[in-house]
Design a protein around this ligand. Structure first.
Ligand code: REL
Length: 961
């Protein structure tokens, strides 16, 4: 090949390189550009056993960037043992360097750009963008450099922390003691530049509901919520590529408590604001400290104006977003009635203050936000408006379901919109403040809606005490950075990437499973809402199954804890072991309480054993907390898990965990038989009862059980005799000390066709015998196809559809891991259109086989999503076969108690009635009408559906082909 041809190819390559879409780096993804070994000859050595590459940063550059570069230099020491020297001038000794700077303030970056050694045209003027590239001969005396250029201060800082994470320092190295991934050598390998920039402008957290846990810890370590504490928060946020904070406000006033709080936030690069009910950068508590007269604009406008003016003046030098509007103090409505005139007057006054204070810039350049929280959204819906340049902050219902998103017209507003979300909440129907109860998939489902409807100016989430929310915080902020990098199909993988980023490859898959399992479990029903009767002890072996899942989850966590290297144990405890074991302990305690109460009613001697179990598990909850506060974390996180979570009786937590009430009895020194059976509270012998096991059908439960138990303390012998040869028992006699579970099944080869009856006669102590009826239905002549009716129901996981039909470019798609029992389905792309004409609607089909006929209720379980668009519901249509589809609006009845029920249960149930007049195969169709309807489960009651929390497990699926 001649020289000309090579240079032609090179030109083509360069052209291609610059027209290719930007490569994005996301630390958890697969675009790693730093490795421990030299991956290619063009790799740049960053560190070996003797030296670490120096970091060159212009002294004139941003203070916050120089500070972050210093973090990077220390991070190198953490990883390699050698700090990277921070230098401000290029000199002969350098040879190679990491050059860090902003486009505007770094003379080094400026020179590189000017000499076209880096092409930063596509990040210039962008918000928080960065460019990373290996450059040959970047500056005199330097042969090669890893260049990190930022379009602005934070862009450069994020580039620096991207490198930090890739060399082996997790953003959680301090806040969760994530182990440093030590390495003697480090190389950068990039064959093309990496450029990245966020999709959401302000991405942050709200430290809230912060006592007793965070407050106890802060007081012990820092005395107060001062700058010594806050610098740790700022650093964490920047490492997570976040830029925005609502500070702790329960007993504090960020700017007033310590002058350095605000100064350092600004210098670090954090944009501060105050929560939805704290206007004009003034904390609620500042009014308690300095305010005169009532917090009431109608009566006290002058003093309030003055108070707010001081806030604006104080914050003028600092990056801030001004909350405008007014609510009552401490998160209460401003007044009993909507006083729109007054609120408009308040906003007008606040904006006047801002334009006077910020007389050097147009008012639209002073970021302002109006939070449409709780009753304030009502003001908006009743017609109140603020000027277009104000960001509208739409809020969730405090339970992770966004109430409303911008309409097409609202999306035209110049200020745009954002979302205030919750991982933690104090309020009704019940506070949840202790542990992480948030599924990643739920965050994705909701924040994807926010993204699609352009609520992308602010994404803010209430994280309570910050710990133990590390996992969902990371995900939320990664989605905020660029949700397009994280499609729903990657939800399961994210857990693995998160685990890998902290614990390395070896156990990532197992850890991810544990993270998914415990969050699914807590998402089913938050620990604070659980009680003895949550999971059914009688039906579908629900409590037993959940208990088995939990025990299995705990033993996996236990086994991993043993294997995890010493250096990672504390992090593992905080991020995995504690949340798994502590969450499991609560549920197991309530299941034990359920057994205790049931067994007391049945008179079992084992009642006391289950009372002891409740107490043991209650104590274990405290022991785990003590471990978190002490030995497992070397005492670093004392107080952090001190939030009470057991013994709620109304929305607010009890002052301390309170032992659930248990029953105790005093068994006699005799032998005294009782017989309980699956599905029944009453146990033989109890007055006025007849005893039967649930009906056996070929596609139903394969096995049922009797429990022969002792009411006294002396063992006894029993016999169990079935009346028919097709009733199978695993034993027909034996001895019982405490409880003996006797499985019962039927021999389908011998059962007659149609309906049959039998009896099991159980004889033990005392007079007479327990006679338990066995009913069997063995239908014939029906060839089953699809989900088969059995035990009086058909139960289907929504994602197990038999077919789906797309229409008008919209289709039903699976959202993995969303929901209480499996995956969910929703329609994509999310858009503004409802499919009013069902001919144009995408639909799902489920093949079913009924053995019975009649009027059946179909209960569909949906994510508790809000209709999002004003004046519209959340509709679907449902039909069996060619019956006329019924249109159902999930929000037809907007009764508050229904909403409460839906957030307690984590699903919104919706029912429709259908007539099945012939047995055999049928097809159920579910049509999309409105966007954002997300289906989890379908339960058809064909006459014998029993109460349970999650509904029966999925029915048998039979294929005829
Ligand atoms: O979750 C919320 O947004 C509210 O409960 C809090 O912001 C509220 O202001 C509360 O902490 C105290 O007043």
């Amino acid at each position: 090949m001649d020289l000309k041809a090579t240079s032609f190819l090179k030109t083509i390559f360069l052209l291609l390189a610059f027209t290719l879409p930007l490569r994005h780096a996301h630390s958890l993804g697969d675009e790693a550009f730093i490795s421990k070994s030299e991956l290619s000859p063009s790799s740049l050595l960053l560190a070996d056993s003797n030296n670490t590459i120096p970091i060159l940063v212009d002294e004139a550059d941003e203070w916050g960037l120089i500070r972050a570069a210093r973090d990077l230099s220390v991070d190198f020491e953490r990883v390699t043992g050698h700090e990277a020297m921070l230098v401000h001038k290029s000199n002969k000794k350098l040879k190679t360097a990491i050059i860090v700077g902003t486009l505007e303030k770094s003379k080094f970056i400026g020179q590189l750009a000017k000499e076209r050694k880096i092409d930063v045209s596509s990040i210039r003027d962008k918000w928080e963008a960065y460019h990373i590239e290996i450059v040959d001969s970047p500056l005199p005396h330097i042969d090669r450099a890893l260049v990190i250029a930022g379009s602005d201060k934070r862009g450069a800082i994020f580039g620096v922390y991207e490198v930090s994470e890739q060399i082996g320092v997790s953003p959680w190295y301090w806040w969760a003691d994530a182990p440093i991934k030590q390495s003697e050598t480090l190389y950068a390998t990039l064959d093309a530049p990496i450029q990245d920039a966020p999709k959401v402008k302000y991405r942050g957290i709200f430290l809230n509901d912060e006592a007793p846990a965070l407050t106890g810890w802060v007081h012990e370590n820092y005395g107060d919520f001062n700058s010594e504490f806050y610098v740790h928060v700022f650093e964490l946020l920047l490492r997570l590529k976040s830029n925005f904070l609502w500070p702790a406000m329960w007993n504090n006033a960020f700017a007033d408590d310590d002058e350095q709080n605000m100064i350092l936030a600004h210098k670090y690069g954090i944009v501060m604001s105050t929560s939805h009910h704290e206007p004009m950068m003034r904390a609620d508590h500042e009014w308690n400290r300095y305010g005169e007269g009532p917090w009431d604009y109608a009566r006290n406008p002058d003093r309030l104006d003055e108070f707010w003016r001081e806030g604006a003046q104080r914050n003028k030098p600092y990056d801030s977003i001004y909350t405008i509007g007014m609510r009552g103090q401490a998160d209460t409505p401003m007044s009993e009635t909507e006083d729109i005139d007054l609120l408009e007057k308040i906003v007008k006054a606040q904006r006047e203050i801002l334009s006077e204070v910020f007389d050097d810039r147009p008012l639209e350049d002073v970021p302002q936000v109006w939070a449409l929280y709780k009753e304030v959204q009502g003001y908006y819906e009743s017609g109140m408006r603020v000027p277009d340049d104000v960001i509208l902050l739409w809020c969730d219902d405090n339970w992770g379901n966004i109430r409303r998103l911008p309409t097409v017209e609202e999306r035209e507003r110049s200020g745009g919109a954002g979302v205030y979300y919750h991982f933690d909440y104090v309020g009704g129907p019940r506070s949840y403040r202790w542990i992480n109860v948030i599924q990643l998939a739920k965050i994705w489902e909701q924040m994807n809606l926010a993204y699609q409807y352009d609520a992308n100016q602010i994404w803010l989430t209430n994280v309570g005490d910050l710990k133990p929310m590390e996992f969902p915080i990371t995900y939320f902020l990664d989605l905020a950075w660029d949700i397009e990098d994280w499609p729903k199909e990657q939800i399961p993988e994210y857990g693995q990437l998160f685990a890998r980023s902290i614990f390395g490859d070896q156990y990532a898959a197992e850890i991810a499973e544990l993270l998914a399992d415990y969050t699914r479990h807590n998402g089913r029903r938050k620990p604070e809402l659980q009680e003895a009767s949550t999971y059914s002890l009688l039906n579908y072996r629900e409590a037993e199954r959940i208990e088995a899942e939990l025990i299995d989850m705990e033993s996996r966590a236990e086994a991993l804890y043993e294997k995890i290297p010493e250096t990672a144990k504390s992090a593992f405890f905080q991020l995995v072991y504690y949340p798994v074991r502590a969450s499991s302990t609560i549920t197991r305690m309530y299941i034990a309480q359920g057994r205790n109460l049931l067994f007391a009613e049945q008179g079992r001697a084992s009642t006391n054993h289950w009372a002891d179990q409740v107490e043991l598990l209650f104590d274990l909850n405290k022991e785990l907390e003590d471990l978190y506060h002490g030995d497992a974390t070397n005492g670093k996180w004392n107080h952090m898990m001190s939030q009470p979570r057991i013994g709620y009786t109304h929305w607010n937590n009890p002052p301390a965990d309170t032992l659930p009430p248990v029953m105790r009895n005093r068994p006699n020194q005799v032998a005294d038989m009782g017989v309980a059976m699956e599905g029944m509270t009453a146990a033989w012998p109890a007055e006025g009862n007849s005893y039967a096991l649930p009906t056996f059908t070929p596609h139903g439960a394969k096995e049922r059980y009797l429990e022969i138990f002792n009411k006294g303390t002396v063992p006894f012998e029993f016999t169990a005799t079935p009346s028919e040869p097709w009733v199978l028992l695993t034993q027909d006699k034996g001895s019982v000390t405490d409880t003996l579970r006797l499985p019962v099944s039927v021999d389908w080869d011998k059962v007659p066709e149609g309906k049959s009856k039998a009896v099991i006669d159980v004889r033990g102590t005392g007079w007479g015998s327990a006679r338990i009826a066995i009913n069997v239905t063995n239908p014939t002549d029906i060839e089953a196809n699809g989900f088969v009716e059995a035990d009086g129901y058909i139960s289907i996981d929504a994602a197990s559809f038999s077919r789906k039909t797309e229409a008008q470019g919209i289709s039903w798609q699976v959202i993995p891991e969303l929901g209480r029992t499996g995956d969910s389905v929703s329609t994509f792309p999310v858009n503004d259109f409802s499919t009013e004409d069902l001919k144009d609607a995408p639909f799902l089909e489920y093949d079913l086989t009924f053995f019975s006929t009649g009027e059946f209720v179909i209960d569909t379980l949906w994510a508790p999503t809000w209709p999002i668009v004003p004046g519209r519901g959340l509709r679907y249509a449902i039909a069996i076969d060619d019956q006329i589809p019924q249109v159902v609006d999930l929000h037809e009845n907007r009764d508050h108690s229904l909403w409460q029920e839906s957030v307690r249960n984590g699903v919104r149930s919706s029912t429709s009635n259908h007539t099945i007049d012939s047995p055999g195969p049928h097809t159920l169709r579910i049509y999309r009408i409105d966007p954002a309807t997300t289906l989890q489960k379908i339960i058809i009651d064909t006459g014998d559906l029993q109460p349970s929390y999650l509904g029966p497990e999925e029915s048998d699926y039979v294929t005829t082909k």
